[in-house]
Design a protein around this ligand. Structure first.
Ligand SMILES: NC(=O)c1ccc[n+]([C@@H]2O[C@H](COP(=O)([O-])OP(=O)(O)OC[C@H]3O[C@@H](n4cnc5c(N)ncnc54)[C@H](OP(=O)(O)O)[C@@H]3O)[C@@H](O)[C@H]2O)c1
Length: 305
C-alpha cells in the first residue's frame, strides 16, 4: 500500500501534536485506542507526514506556503496553524487577520494549485452566542470578537471543495488550556470561580484528531461541526474536574460573566454549543465529553504531557 501524503500546518500546537501522533499510528496522550469513527484503525505506514511547525512554515508567507505544498505534493493538508490568543487579538487585529484569514487563504490557494484536498479548522466563536439551541452548520455566523471574525474570514477564503471543521473549547493533554489551570488548582487544594452562563461543547484534542484523520481519508468537502457529545458550562467543567480529584462541592463557585474582574477583552458567545449530528450520522458521534475529559485528566495526572 502506498502511503498517503499529509502536510500538517501548526504541527507544534495542541491539536497538531495529536494529529501528527495519530497519522503515525500512535494514540495521542489521553486518546482512546479503540475509537475508530470510520471503523478503521490507522496502521503504521498508512500516512507519510510533513509536520510543519510555525518555525518550519509561516502561513502568512504566501510564497513559502506554495513552495511547501508543491515540494511535498500531499494528497491532503490539515491546516491547524492559527492565531489563537482570543483576548490579545482585540489589540492585535492586523496580525490575527494576517494569520487566520490571509494565512488560510494562502493554504487554500496552494492546495487548489496542486489539486490537493484542504481540511481547515475553524471555531464556534464565529457565532454571536444568541442561540436557543445547539448550532448547526447552516446557522448564520455573526462573530463578536476579532478572533471569531478572523476565523470566519478564513472559512470564506476556503473553496466549496475544501473541508472546513468547526470545533470548540479544545483541550489536550499537551499545550495549556483552561482544564490545566482547573486541574492544577484542584490538585493543589485551591479553589476556582467559573462562569455558569456560557454554554458550549468540549472537544478533547485526541478525539478531534480521530475525526480529522477520518476526514483526511474521506475528503468530503463542505462544513462540519465536530466536538465531543453533550453541552456544558465552564462551571460544569470545573465541578467535574474537582470531583475527579476528590474535591468536594466547595471547590468550584459559579459566577456570572458580568462578575469577571477584570472583564475579558474579547466577548465570548453566551451559547455556542455545536450540533454535531451531521458528522455523527455520516460516521459516528465523538464520545461524551465526560468520557473524553476523564481520559484527558488520567493522562495528565499520570504525567503523560
Ligand atoms: N483551542 C481552542 O479552544 C480552539 C477552539 C476552536 C477552534 N480552534 C482551532 O483549532 C485549530 C488548532 O488550535 P490549537 O488549539 O491547536 O491551537 P494552538 O495550540 O495555539 O496551535 C496553533 C499553532 O499555530 C501556530 N501558528 C501561529 N501563527 C502561525 C503562523 N503565522 N504560521 C504557522 N503557524 C502559526 C502556533 O505556533 P506558536 O505557538 O509558535 O504561536 C501554534 O503552534 C486552530 O485553527 C484554532 O483556531 C481551537
Amino acid at each position: 500500500m502506498r502511503a498517503t501524503r499529509v502536510l500538517v500546518t501548526g504541527a507544534g500546537g495542541q491539536v497538531g501534536q495529536d494529529v501528527v501522533d495519530l497519522l503515525g499510528a500512535v494514540t495521542p496522550p489521553g486518546g482512546d485506542p479503540a475509537l475508530q469513527l470510520d471503523g478503521r484503525a490507522v496502521v503504521e505506514g498508512e500516512f507519510e507526514v510533513a509536520a510543519l511547525t510555525r518555525h518550519d512554515l509561516d502561513v502568512t508567507d504566501r510564497a513559502a506556503v506554495f513552495a511547501a505544498v508543491a515540494a511535498f505534493r500531499p494528497a491532503a493538508v490539515v491546516h491547524l496553524a492559527a492565531y489563537t490568543a482570543v483576548d490579545r487579538a482585540e489589540g492585535d487585529v492586523a496580525t490575527c487577520l494576517a494569520v487566520n484569514a490571509d494565512g488560510t487563504g494562502n493554504v487554500s490557494d496552494a492546495c487548489a494549485a496542486t489539486g490537493c484536498h484542504l481540511i481547515a479548522v475553524s471555531t464556534d466563536y464565529v457565532f454571536d452566542g444568541g442561540a436557543v439551541r445547539a448550532l448547526r452548520e447552516d446557522d448564520v455566523p455573526r462573530p463578536h470578537s476579532v478572533y471569531g471574525m478572523s476565523k470566519l474570514l478564513g472559512e470564506r477564503r476556503c473553496r466549496a471543495s475544501d473541508t472546513v471543521v468547526r470545533t470548540s473549547w479544545v483541550m489536550g493533554v499537551r499545550g495549556r488550556s483552561v482544564i490545566h489551570v482547573i486541574a492544577q488548582r484542584a490538585r493543589a487544594g485551591e479553589f476556582v470561580r467559573f462562569v455558569d452562563d456560557q454554554r458550549g461543547t468540549v472537544t478533547v484534542a485526541a478525539d478531534l484528531a480521530r475525526a480529522l484523520v477520518t476526514l483526511v481519508r474521506e475528503r468530503p468537502g463542505g462544513l462540519w461541526h465536530v466536538a465531543n457529545t453533550g453541552s456544558l458550562t465552564w462551571f460544569d467543567l470545573a465541578r467535574f474536574v474537582g470531583q475527579w480529584f476528590g474535591r468536594d462541592d466547595d471547590f468550584a463557585t459559579a459566577i456570572a460573566t458580568r462578575d469577571l474582574v477584570p472583564p475579558p477583552r474579547a466577548p465570548r458567545p453566551a451559547r455556542s454549543d455545536l450540533d454535531t449530528s451531521r458528522f455523527a450520522s455520516r460516521w459516528a458521534p465523538l464520545p461524551a465529553w465526560t468520557a473524553g475529559v476523564d481520559r484527558l485528566l488520567a493522562a495528565w495526572n499520570a504525567g503523560a504531557a
